[in-house]
Design a protein around this ligand. Sequence first.
Ligand code: PLP
Length: 404
Amino acid sequence: MGKEMDNARMGTRAVWAGEKEFRAFGSTQIPVMLGVAYDYEDVDVWYEAAMGERPGYIYNRMDNPTVQSLEEKIRMLEGAEAAVAFSSGMAAISSTLYTFLKPGDRVVSLKDTYGGTNKVFTEFLPNIQVGVELCTTEDQEQIEREIAKGCTLLYLETPTNPTLKITDIRRLAQAAHAAGALVLVDNTFATPIQQNPLALGADIVIHSATKFISGHADAMGGVVCGSVELMKAVYHYREINGANMDPWSAYLILRGAKTLKLRVQQQVKSAMEIAQYLQTEPLVEAVYYPGLSTHPGHDIAKEQMRGYGSIVSIVLKDEMKGIKCLLSRLQYANRAGNLGAVETIYGPARTTSHVECTPEERKALGISEGLLRISVGIEDTEDLIEDLRQAFAYLQSERLHYTT
Ligand SMILES: *Cc1c(COP(=O)(O)O)cnc(C)c1O
């Protein structure tokens, strides 16, 4: 379908990309191809397929049609030449880093990357003598200075988790390319609906498909997109090291991805209204949402995103006491460690994104013990706000007991 889809808009791509070319038996839906290997009556044909001289599937650790269908959908959503899917977002991130890094290389990244990514930078890359410089996320000048000192790979994530900091992809990609570095962007929070890093100058875009792309919190996956040349290298790393996506997960994520645009539209609309409402709650000390004009990254977000995402973080005046009390009263809420699902999900930074850190480390990262991340779902906006309103009213009455 590739070519005919070029003019299609995002919602249409989410539905149709990667569909027709992987159907079987005339079914309107993609088959879940579970067989791990393929039968060749003719050994010469088998050999040619194995050597990549003709098309043909060999073994599931290399290629699987269900997984390829999903790769094609995400590829089209990111406007990339090629895509490679992995068993999780972290498998996608670590595999991509290990594909391109070798001893003596130097990575420049941010203090605020996803917890798992941060651990790869601080715990695992030093083992293979890769230097990592983690910069203050909002300090673009510092990031540029570090890039100019010599840099093999620039790794960005924007908006960040859970404080929704914004970095300027275009500006930093330019600086990185001037230094001869490869530019990677984790686009999980923005989704391809709201931000396309490749169009802003990045070389590689990575998603935890477990989150918004799947949208239903029932499958794990990761997808990496970029040029044919770069993705060949990532693919080769995957076929040998083996963190490829399972066909069942690919099917579930594929099904979820068809509604990505609709879900994101509703979530973004609600997130904006919820952020505005939360600013009026006296027990909320701070609201982090890039859509608010007071947010320090608002102007950059406006420039490089189409919509401001659907994660809103707040700081409660009463810290953990307040969070516990509020969470006990919310009705339309999963209290869980994931995000990006159709259900609204609440998670304190202390038990989700920054659970590995000590309170002092969280403080150094500007993460208050009272920080609560809200992943806004697709419920009706009014219900979510009413739910929060009644929970805050309860908190207001309860705090008389615990603050005295
Ligand atoms: C969840 C997440 C990841 C990791 O993805 P998994 O699928 O959980 O391995 C990476 N980056 C961001 C921004 C995430 O939210």
